[in-house]
Design a protein around this ligand. Structure first.
Ligand code: HEC
Length: 467
């Protein structure tokens, strides 16, 4: 595998001046800074479910593989080489929902430089659902990264950020790095320090107020009071507030950010009333409101107010729920059942589509027809059906075909056999019309007696039981 030396040097030119001085390798904590990157970006393919390339990152043995990690020397590390390849390179890791951000790659580089240590840290229980949801969120987010052009335009005339201001941010655990080479705008991530960050840290942004174009306050303890500072960042294009207690009260501040293109309000208490205040932000392209208090109607109202905006309510993500095991519903010998037996998923278009909806393809997996019942016992002697059956066939009279579909015998052609004739003569009253006819070897022909005989009864009018 070729070593992408040019990438390495680009990274170091862009980042070393900013990072190596303050966010030193000693400050990197494997469990806090590195594991979350590995867990969310690598474990889906190198973990309990799949072990691509025979690698499992949830088993910390990989840490002791010197070629893989390259302790002390990122340029000898296969992992560092693969994560820092260009995003469209065939070998880049992760190959999907990537590449890793500058911040993440930098953290891993610093960690490797510091000897790739884990200080006896242990892998917590892996939650594949959480990892999959994060992947889906990243896929949704990645599609709408701010256009390079906006960042380039805004960067015009912006001088490099003062080093002491960057150091002050990094001392608090924030990552503050230039957006790109030759672009002095800054990306500032506070979410790495998470709940250690409160409103008290927000004044640190004053010294770089014209520089900050991406700001992440996700997972921090920042409140509406701290958000007043954010209103003073004129070049902000991307703002992460996910998993914070930010409410509608902050929306008036955010409404002042005329260049804002991306806003993440995932899992905040923001409501429709707050979202409505953003209607004037004509550059807003993507707002993420999954698990906030925003309703479908609220999302629709903002979509109507800002042309071209996408308000993500998470419905697409909810649909991307972990797949249900459908195999129990596959019909014996169906394409799906065969693929499943081979440890695969059926790749017929109809089956793939059905699986996407957590359903079984009903074209390929027909519910078994009810077991055929042997109807021949119900055929009347000499009926069309009995004859056909004797000839080894099914009767083809339409009425019989129709009845057979319902597992029934055609009652028009197969009349239920008349009940066995009962000897009624014992019930005849001595000298009755019936007794006389019987004595003559006949059946009585009186209508009332004929009628009674049909029901296997003795006519009670003519045969009065002896008092
Ligand atoms: C979408 C699935 C997927 C994700 C996510 C993923 N990988 Fe991989 N990885 C693969 C596959 C497939 C291979 C095997 C490539 C091959 O054998 O040619 C691989 C191989 C590797 C290898 C071995 C390469 C070699 O030369 O032996 C390393 C190291 C690696 N991945 C690191 C990572 C890291 C680090 C991450 C997270 C930042 C990651 N991968 C995320 C699919 C993935």
């Amino acid at each position: 595998m070729s070593k992408p030396a040019f990438i390495l040097s680009m990274l170091s030119i862009a980042l070393s001046s900013v990072l190596t001085s303050s966010a030193s390798a000693q400050g990197i904590d494997f469990g806090r800074d590195i594991w979350p990157i590995i867990e969310m970006n690598c474990v889906s393919c190198h973990g309990p479910d799949k072990q691509k390339g025979d690698l499992r990152f949830d088993d910390l043995e990989w840490l002791t593989d010197e070629e893989l990690t390259g302790p002390g020397s990122p340029k000898d590390s296969i992992i560092f080489e693969l994560i820092s390849l260009p995003g469209d390179h065939d070998d880049v890791m992760p190959p999907k929902n990537g590449p890793l951000s500058h911040a993440e790659i930098t953290l891993i580089r610093l960690w490797i430089e510091g000897g790739a240590k884990s200080e006896g840290w242990e892998v917590p229980e892996i939650d594949m659902d959480k990892i999959k949801a994060a992947g889906a969120a990243k896929a949704a987010k990645g599609k709408d990264a701010p256009k390079e052009s906006a960042a380039v335009t805004l960067a015009k005339g912006v001088q490099p950020a003062p080093a002491d201001a960057l150091k002050a941010l990094e001392d608090k655990g924030a990552l503050a790095i230039p957006l790109a080479q030759n672009n002095n705008l800054l990306r500032v991530d506070f979410n790495l320090a998470g709940d250690k960050i409160t409103d008290a840290e927000m004044p640190l942004l004053d010294a770089v107020s014209n520089h900050v174009t991406w700001l992440s306050l996700g997972n921090t303890k920042v409140t509406d009071a701290g958000m007043a500072k954010v209103a003073g960042l004129p070049n902000l294009t991307r703002l992460h507030l996910e998993n914070t207690q930010i409410t509608d009260a902050s929306m008036a501040h955010i409404a002042k950010l005329q260049h804002l293109e991306y806003l993440n309000l995932f899992n905040t208490p923001v409501t429709d009333a707050g979202l409505k205040q953003l209607s004037g932000l004509k550059n807003l392209k993507k707002v993420f409101v999954w698990q906030s208090k925003v309703s479908a109607d609220g999302a629709k109202a903002l979509t109507a107010a800002i042309p071209g905006i996408q308000v993500n309510t998470g419905i697409a993500l909810a649909a991307a729920k972990p797949a249900v095991d459908l195999s129990s519903k596959f019909t014996k010998d169906s394409c799906c059942a065969k693929a499943h037996a081979a440890g695969k998923k059926c790749d017929h278009a109809c089956c793939v589509e059905a699986a996407g909806k957590n359903e079984v393809c009903t074209k390929c997996n027909k519910p078994a027809a009810p077991a055929k019942v042997d109807l021949s016992k119900g055929f009347t002697k000499d009926s069309c059906c009995a004859k056909a059956h004797a000839g080894g066939k099914a009767c083809d009279h339409p009425c019989c075909v129709e009845a057979a579909k319902g597992n029934k015998v055609c009652t028009k052609c197969n009349k239920p056999a008349a009940p066995a004739k009962v000897d009624l003569s014992k019930g005849f009253t001595k000298d009755s019309c019936c007794a006389k006819a019987h004595a003559g070897g006949k059946a009585c022909t009186h209508p009332c007696c004929v009628e009674a005989a049909k029901g296997n009864k003795v006519c009670t009018k003519c045969n009065k039981s002896a008092a």
